[in-house]
Each structure stands twice: as C-alpha cells, then as structure tokens.
Design a protein around this ligand. Structure first.
Ligand SMILES: [Zn+2]
Length: 194
C-alpha cells in the first residue's frame, strides 16, 4: 500500500507533543487515503473562512468513501454548537437515520474541541485523524489549554485511534493572517459581561 512519509524534521520543529496517541513510529506514516481526506477537511476549513466563519472543516469517511462533509456554521446558524465536527455528526445521523458511526473515520482540520470530542465519543466513531493540534490552535488564538481530544473520546471506553497532528503545515496555512473575532464582538443574548 502506498504510504505518505511525513516530514519528520518539520514535524518535530513544532511545539508540544507532535502525535497525540502512543502509536509511535507508525504515526509518522500516513496512508495516501488519509492525506486525501485530510486535505479535503482542510479545504472545507478554507471555505468556512471565506464564508466568514471560523476556519474549521470535517469529513466523515466510511469504507474509504466520503459519506458526509461540513464546515463551521456557527454564525450562519446562530448556533454556538455548529462546529464542523458536530454538524457532520448531527446532520449525517439525522439524514441517514443512524445512531452509531462505529465503522467511520472522522478527518478534521483541527484537533476536536472538548464538545466535539464528546460527540465523537457518543457517536462511537472508530478513528479520528486531525491536522492542527489544539496546542497550536491555542498558540494562535490566545486561548487557554484544553483537554486533548483523545482523553475525552476515550473516556471510559475502548481505545479509539486518534492521530495527529498530520499535514500540520497545510492546516496552519488556513489560519494565516486570520483575525480571531473577540468574544465581545459576537452577539450575546444578555450582553458580553464575562
Ligand atoms: Zn468543536
């Protein structure tokens, strides 16, 4: 099987742990199919940015086929839970009338946040591959450290394979020059007093 050899030098130049799960050297070898789907998730993040949303995208894959894809729609939907991963899981399950995604892989442009990691846990997604790490995201956005996606996805349950960061330079490029909108500028029901 054709494999994509990740650029180890560039990978370790990054801050923090380069790979979130203990899969060792195997994590540095990416299947061509993973590269293809992760690039699609990154492209969806670009689309989100062009649409005025925060730049995040996600792709749901089953049997090496894209079964659903999405991007952030928080502003468009006035829904703070409309992250790319949440939207993909919710919309696909509702449309397909299914409750479990246990044979699926979710590709995300950035490591899932705690909310989305919880949704991935409850949807029983089998595998997650992400580009930009939460640590890198926080460095860019100035946010506080969050629990790793892996620690939430695997709460009290089997070991879901959570792999990343992969193609992180590509994923980071989507954020180049991006201005994070301060919370104070986002509409709030009772003002922004926190
Ligand atoms: Zn999220």
């Amino acid at each position: 099987m054709a494999l994509y050899r990740f650029n180890i030098t560039r990978l370790y130049r990054k801050k923090g742990a380069p790979v979130s799960t203990g899969v060792g050297r195997k994590a540095l070898l990416m299947k061509t199919v993973d590269v293809q789907f992760l690039r699609l998730a990154i492209r969806l993040a670009e689309e989100a940015r062009e649409a005025g949303e925060d730049p995040f995208g996600a792709v749901l894959v089953c049997d090496k086929t894209v079964i659903y894809q999405g991007r952030d729609r928080c502003i468009e939907n006035s829904d703070p839970t409309a992250h790319a991963e949440m939207s993909v899981i919710r919309e696909y399950c509702q449309q397909a009338r299914v409750f479990s995604l246990e044979s699926c892989t979710l590709y995300t442009s950035t490591e899932p946040c705690p909310m989305c990691a919880g949704a991935i846990h409850w949807a029983r997604i089998a595998r997650v591959v992400f580009s930009v790490s939460q640590a890198s995201l926080q460095t860019m956005s100035g946010g506080k450290p969050k629990p790793s996606a892996e620690s939430i996805i695997n709460m009290g349950r089997k070991n879901v394979e959570v792999t990343g960061p992969m193609l992180e330079d590509d994923g980071l490029a989507v954020f180049e020059g991006y201005e994070w909108q301060p919370t104070a500028l986002r509409p709030a029901a009772h003002g922004n007093d926190r």
